[in-house]
Design a binder for this molecule. Structure first.
Ligand SMILES: [Zn+2]
Length: 645
């Protein structure tokens, strides 16, 4: 199967923003998904560079139209690689090859009688660069630009779009997937209930010169939509190119809902007039609002792709946009929401699962994939869930239901994290008779991770590459040959890498913050109770930077007393160097008077917590041996407050 996916060519009257990035990430994701599924793919994006608004913007910027479009087009071209978007072709409507193709097509459509010359009076909206019908106006204004259109009478060339109305209705009705999601299909069908007018396809050169001249009348240039839509053919080398022969039948366009009509009505009728089959599917998505407000230049809330990459990187940005928006509906963007997804879905759920599992293989199996034994029920259930995830993922991805595809993957990530807790490999590791069981559990985890990795190639390419590398897999993944259970080879080496995702601070999203369960060695435990901290031991490794964020200090205990109504807690007053109160759970191990004068090591930058009504400002480190706790000490006296590193 051959697949051809396009974004619209973006109009260079504005710089790339979140909406452009979303459309292009969708196209890139689906392109990578098709490659993962074994299909041959062409993926095209580009820029639309003709028309009134461009000529106007260029003159405002003090540039020639060509200088202006060269500059803005580059901004689009350069916006995509940092988001791991890799189109096969970046097309521009000022490319000589495109100009030639447009003129050939105009000639052809004209020669067969589908273009005629006529006078036209209508209401023209300069913002839209088209004539509006009375019905489209809201209180006399263009609904998009909120300004009244100007009455204009001029002679122009027209495309006989009305001739293809019945054919178009029949085609949409016979092909339920032609326009998706369904709401947009219904919108188009409802619009087509009214008689379709012919399409004005020229502008007189007296009014506009920045366009492609009509081949049969040089007093006119081509109307931007007729010019722009044809890019989808130019990119494949229409009419004689090998790519055109191979890929046109698999053409699918991705657009935002504001350009539904040109794509769902103008474009298929132009193709029909040319004698070409229409594209296969048109996928229409909604708008991103910013904190529930419309994104607009005047509100100053425009989100730029470069900012997202700088703050979150390509993968977290891609994941967020794909996960957060239900394709077809509007969605709300906020940095806060992106940060939350980064910290919970990515760092916590996926990142932790990955590093815990690999650390255990590293520690318990000498870094090699273990040979599994007979599966128990829990293992078979994990395996069945992982395989069902692949089926669900493929189906949802095919239907552009990216959010649902990701929900299916994250459900299995959640199950795998539970599987670890339930089967407690670190307990099995202690018992010689449980070594085969340990091997089976870890193998099941590695296989689950391998299948999860497979699904991540289209979504987070860089992360999928890291995950593959750590699992000792090569290549970019293939759903057909690798979508089965049991393909990771026992005995092969895994490579423990750094954490997949940094945890980001809510105040400064571009700086990593300390993980909540950072420095904790096996034999050292916290001696302070902290509500809700009864998590399973964290098997992940931390970086030196993360370690450095712990403020460990020498503290001298100057006073100690029992906490009323508690058998476990002691209230300590320590000097480090300033005095502070620390509540420690060591009352069963130490008498208060035994502690005064001792020097211990504390975590000085732990968030204060209230215990039995007393605010504790830090934590005393202690060693744990069975039920016994021994507080840390130093081999010689040290000035209180000295840093421990
Ligand atoms: Zn308008």
């Amino acid at each position: 199967m051959s697949f051809y996916v396009t974004t619209p060519i973006f109009y260079v009257n504005a710089q790339p923003h979140l909406g452009h990035a979303y459309t292009t990430i969708i196209a890139d994701t689906i392109s990578r998904f098709k490659i993962l599924s074994g299909e041959k793919v062409r993926f095209q994006t580009g820029t639309d560079e003709h028309g009134d608004k461009i000529a106007e913007a260029a003159s405002k910027a003090g540039e020639t139209p060509q200088e202006y479009v060269d500059r803005i087009s580059d901004l689009f071209r350069e916006a995509w690689p940092p988001l791991s978007i890799r189109p096969d072709r970046f097309i521009r409507t000022t490319d000589p090859a495109h100009i030639r193709t447009v003129q050939e097509i105009l000639q052809k459509v004209h020669a067969q009688g589908d273009i005629y010359f006529s006078e036209y009076s209508g209401l023209y909206c300069k913002g839209c660069e088209r004539f509006l019908t009375e019905k489209e106006l809201v209180d006399g204004n263009c609904p998009d630009h909120l300004t009244p259109p100007s009455p204009i009478t001029e002679q122009n060339y027209f495309f006989r779009m009305s001739k293809y109305q019945t054919w178009l209705i029949d085609h949409i009705q016979a092909n339920p997937d032609f326009i998706t999601p369904e709401r947009y299909r219904n919108e188009v069908l409802s619009f087509l209930k009214e008689p379709l007018e012919d399409l004005c396809i020229s502008r007189p050169t007296s009014r506009l010169t920045w366009g492609i001249p009509l081949p049969f009348d040089d007093k006119f240039v081509t109307y931007v939509w007729f010019d722009a839509l044809i890019n989808y053919l130019t990119g494949l080398g229409y009419p004689d190119g090998a790519d055109f022969a191979e890929f046109w039948s698999g053409a699918e366009h991705v657009i935002a809902k504001d350009i539904l009509k040109p794509h769902a009505i103008y474009w298929p009728t132009i193709l029909r007039s040319l004698g070409l089959p229409p594209f296969r599917r048109l996928h229409v998505h909604g708008y991103w609002n910013i904190n529930d407000t419309k994104m607009s230049k005047s509100l100053g809330n425009v989100v730029r792709p470069a900012e997202l990459v700088e703050k979150f990187g390509a993968d977290a940005t891609r994941y967020f946009l794909l996960r957060e928006m239900t394709f077809g509906l509007d969605s709300s963007f906020s940095y806060e929401a992106l940060l939350t997804r980064q910290n919970t879905d990515l760092a916590n759920d996926l990142g932790n699962l990955f590093s815990r599992s690999l650390t255990m293989v590293n520690n318990f199996c000498a870094g090699r994939v273990p040979q599994p034994g007979e599966p128990e029920t829990a293992d078979s259930e994990m395996r069945a869930a992982a395989l069902a995830m692949l089926v669900e993922y493929r189906e949802q991805m095919e239907n552009f239901a990216f959010s649902r595809a990701l929900q299916a993957v994250w459900k299995v990530i959640g199950l795998a994290n539970k599987y670890i807790v339930t089967n407690a490999p670190w307990e099995l590791a202690k018992l010689p008779e449980k070594q085969e069981r340990l091997a089976t559990v870890l193998y099941t985890l590695l296989e689950t991770l391998r299948l999860i990795t497979l699904t991540m190639h289209p979504i987070m390419p860089e992360t999928a590459g890291k995950m593959s590398g750590s699992l000792g897999l090569s290549g970019n993944g293939d759903l057909r040959s690798q979508g089965e259970w049991g393909l990771i080879t026992p005995g092969s080496a895994i490579n423990l890498g750094p954490p997949l995702f940094p945890r980001l601070d809510h105040k400064k999203p571009n700086q990593p913050a300390p993980p909540p369960t950072a420095k904790k060695e096996k034999k050292t435990t916290r001696t302070q109770d902290k509500p809700g901290s009864a998590a399973a031991p964290d098997q992940g490794l931390i970086s030196f930077e993360q370690f450095q964020q712990l403020d460990l200090r020498v503290a001298e205990i100057v006073a100690a007393e029992k906490v009323a109504k508690s058998d476990r807690l002691l209230k300590l007053t320590v000097k480090a160097p300033g005095e502070r109160t620390i509540v420690a759970g060591i009352a069963e191990h130490y008498q208060p008077e035994d502690l005064v004068g001792r020097q211990v090591i504390i975590v000085a930058n732990l968030k204060p917590a209230k215990l039995m009504g007393i605010t504790s400002q830090g934590m005393v480190l202690a060693a744990k041996e069975g039920d016994r706790l021994v507080v840390t000490g130093l081999s010689g006296p040290v000035t209180p407050g000295s840093k421990v590193a």
